[in-house]
Ligand binder design. Structure first.
Ligand SMILES: Nc1nc2c(c(=O)[nH]1)N[C@H]1C(S)=C(S)[C@@H](COP(=O)(O)O)O[C@H]1N2
Ligand SMILES: [Mo]
Length: 325
């Protein structure tokens, strides 16, 4: 190991990731660069050694690949699953990026999702019944982590608006509160009592019913690998990645706004709105650029992660709010 001076942009990465992993990933990326996968445009069917098995025997496997919705386009290459499937934030399985093997212990069937709070009728829905009720599509989305790395993923799922319609919230419901599974026997991170488990995230009803809010059931043309948050995960690509909660077991509609997992831990660093904005630095690092996992290059960050045309209207007239943190 050698000591060297870090530049400003390296700080978040070095806090989160040991240096040697970064080097290994660069080597991996070089090896992949010649492959056709980077340029492939049809829905993905690439297998990953860890995680591909999760898709086999999945009761909804026949629904993949789902048709791609061409309304959502990328300005960059899709990040291969060989990279995204081995570089994850899923604190339930450890507070580092190499959790993909540990996450295979998560049993994703049977899986039930509780819908409660301010709804016409509380219910518990089986994940396979839910998925078959919805109409699956593929969307290419950017993902921007608050730690200043980013990727581009072909998610499969359904609009969260369709889920909200299915849940039939009462008119007083203002927030959608989502919760991850809780099982410290399976998820060693949950034995770390200083974290406020279970992981919770919250959207306003307006955000949850915005066309971009997407409930993810698959990635790369098949049911999602467990490390991505199988069997049901959120994707809200205009917000920092921590809002995109994984492995959801409960969705509650409320007139109150409870604090999210990260807000409880450090509310001044990970706020409720968490919209991406290059001009608003994190208290400990700049958000002006991001490291794109596909190439390893630094690229400029865009306001709302480039999705302003879809979501900027949600935030007009909210000047007093900390919209970008
Ligand atoms: N339950 C849960 N959801 C979570 C997290 C987590 O630790 N636990 N991490 C979040 C963060 S910080 C990011 S960047 C994304 C990472 O998603 P990925 O591993 O699929 O890239 O998941 C988000 N959802
Ligand atoms: Mo993140």
């Amino acid at each position: 190991m050698h000591i060297r001076t870090r530049r400003g942009w390296e700080i978040p990465e070095s806090l989160a990731t040991p240096e040697d992993m970064f080097v290994n990933r660069r080597t991996l990326i070089k090896g992949l660069a010649a492959g056709s996968i980077l340029a492939a445009s049809p829905p993905f069917a690439a297998a990953l050694s860890t995680g591909a098995a999760a898709a086999e025997g999945d009761p909804t496997a026949d629904l993949y690949p789902a048709p791609r919705n061409l309304r959502y386009t990328l300005d960059r290459e899709i990040t291969p699953e060989e990279i995204t499937g081995k570089y994850n934030n899923f604190y339930e399985f450890g507070s580092h990026k190499q959790i993909h093997q540990a996450a295979q212990r998560l049993e994703t069937r049977p899986w039930a999702v509780v819908i409660d709070g301010l709804v016409e009728k509380q219910m518990t829905v089986d994940i396979d019944d839910l998925i078959r009720r919805m109409s699956l599509e593929e969307r290419l989305y950017r993902h921007r982590c608050v730690e200043a790395w980013s990727m581009a993923i072909p998610w499969t799922g359904f609009p969260m608006k369709d889920f909200v319609d299915f849940a039939r919230p009462l008119s007083g419901a203002r927030y959608v509160v989502m919760e991850t599974f809780m099982d410290p026997k399976v998820a060693p991170g949950q034995r770390q009592f200083w974290y406020p488990w279970p992981y919770v995230e919250v959207l306003t009803i307006e955000e949850a019913t915005n066309e971009l809010a997407f409930l993810v059931t698959g990635a790369y043309g098949k049911p999602t690998a467990k490390q991505f948050g199988a069997p049901l995960r959120l994707a809200v690509p205009w917000k920092y990645g921590f809002k995109s909660i994984k492995s959801i077991v409960r969705v509650s509609f409320s007139d109150q706004r409870p604090k999210s997992f990260w807000e409880q831990l450090a509310g001044n660093e990970y706020g409720f709105w968490a919209n991406v904005n290059p001009a608003v630095p994190h208290p400990r690092w700049s958000q002006a650029t991001e490291r794109f996992l596909t190439t390893g290059d630094r690229i400029p960050t865009q306001i709302y992660n480039g999705y302003g045309e879809f979501v900027a209207d949600l935030y007009t007239g909210m000047d007093g709010e900390r919209l970008f943190m």
